[in-house]
Design a protein around this ligand. Structure first.
Ligand SMILES: Cc1cc2nc3c(=O)[nH]c(=O)nc-3n(C[C@H](O)[C@H](O)[C@H](O)COP(=O)(O)OP(=O)(O)OC[C@H]3O[C@@H](n4cnc5c(N)ncnc54)[C@H](O)[C@@H]3O)c2cc1C
Length: 344
């Protein structure tokens, strides 16, 4: 099912489906499309597959993914990759899709995608699974904050081992701040300090209860309503000044690792300019029955796909990917979308 476009710099054959983004949704879409004997190309801007599971929280345990009572994010990503890549899709890593145009070649309606490496690719259909798209961490509003990156300031924990023996200060009041406080306190010699600007937290009540138990055991300290005002150190961070915003009192707290988990600001990036209907600032509007976007042969799944009542969870992304892949292939083959079991 492949043809070649001449004068296509760095590109390849025309494929049935091009998947943009190799997070959980993209990998699941690759599985379903491969299972349907479609030719598949995946374009991923990072150097590895796995999406947020690898980029943001590889060592976090998850217990809400169907079929996995408790699984480390990077292990789940490895399983998704093994399953998703089994039909050998063409995998283009470290290339970000930045342009898209509809073209007609030899009487066939195709999409031509351009990437940051200058390559162009032809495809009969697209499945957009770009998740949060180009995302950037929200930073503490301190002058010169960027200078501490790589010197003790972290926006995500990539490897728990890198924090062994370190005095950690976590800033944030959501699930990731609490998840990491609980995870690190289990093996840390010094109490993990959690700083939050409000007295109330957004984290799960069960996590908050576990954190309070750690405070009682002397393994953690929760400072609220507090904010980090200064970072001290020479080559690396050595301490931070934390202010109690209700009293104005300041305390210098020893710190080797300042982990700020304040969320990410994200946007659709170049995809916002492709003329597709949007759902808010960060999502493409889809019909949840088919996961089709506002244009024919373009589908979306996972965090980037928006519709009323959308919940951004991995389990949901996987189901949406199956719907998107089945419908994309049915549309280019002019068939009715039908489920097909993986084995007889
Ligand atoms: C801290 C944290 C904890 C979480 N914990 C859980 C949990 O416990 N359970 C749960 O179900 N969910 C959890 N989630 C949510 C879950 O990670 C997401 O719902 C899931 O990753 C969405 O998958 P996705 O494939 O849609 O997107 P992503 O995982 O974001 O993958 C998208 C991929 O697309 C790539 N990309 C983006 N733009 C382009 C482009 N233009 N060209 C090429 N590639 C591109 C990105 O590099 C990325 O690899 C958590 C999220 C966070 C941030």
């Amino acid at each position: 099912m492949t043809t070649s476009e001449s004068n296509q710099p760095g590109g390849g054959a025309t494929v049935d489906v091009t998947i943009l983004g190799a997070g959980p949704a993209g990998l699941a879409a690759a599985y379903y499309a491969g299972h349907r004997h479609a030719s598949v190309r995946i374009i991923e801007s990072l150097e590895e597959v796995g999406g947020q599971l690898i980029a943001l929280y590889p060592e976090k345990y998850m217990s809400d993914v169907a079929g996995f009572p408790n699984v480390l994010a990077h292990e789940l990503a490895a399983s998704l990759a093994e399953q998703g890549l089994q039909f050998q899709p063409e995998l283009r890593l470290a290339e970000e899709a930045i342009s898209m145009e509809a073209v007609e070649l030899d009487g066939e309606e195709l999409f031509r995608l351009g990437t940051t490496t200058g390559n162009t690719y032809l495809s009969r259909s697209l499945i957009v699974t770009t998740g949060h798209g180009a995302f950037a961490p929200r930073k503490l509003p301190l002058d010169g904050i960027d200078e501490w990156e790589g010197r003790g300031l972290l926006y995500a924990v990539r490897e728990k081992a890198e924090l062994a023996g370190k005095r950690c200060v976590i800033v944030g009041g959501g699930d990731s701040a609490f998840d990491w406080m609980l995870e690190l306190a289990a093996s840390s010699e010094s109490p993990i300090v959690l700083v939050h600007r409000r007295d109330r937290f957004r984290a799960l009540e069960s996590s908050q209860a576990k954190a309070r138990a750690l405070v009682d055991e002397g393994k953690a300290r929760i400072m609220t309503p507090c904010e980090v005002r200064e970072i001290h150190g020479a080559d690396r961070i050595e301490a931070v000044t934390i202010e109690d915003t209700s009293s104005g009192e300041r305390e210098r707290v020893p710190c080797d690792a300042l982990i700020t988990l304040l969320g990410f600001s994200s946007h659709l990036g170049a995809i916002a300019l492709w003329g597709l209907e949007r759902s808010g600032r960060r999502q493409l509007q889809v019909d949840p029955a088919t996961m089709r976007c506002s244009e024919p042969r373009i589908y979306a799944a996972g965090d980037v796909a928006g519709y009323e009542g959308k919940i951004t969870l991995i389990t949901i992304s996987l189901a949406e990917a199956a719907i998107a892949a089945n419908n994309a292939i049915a549309e280019i083959r002019h068939e009715k979308a039908q489920p097909e079991y993986s084995t007889e």
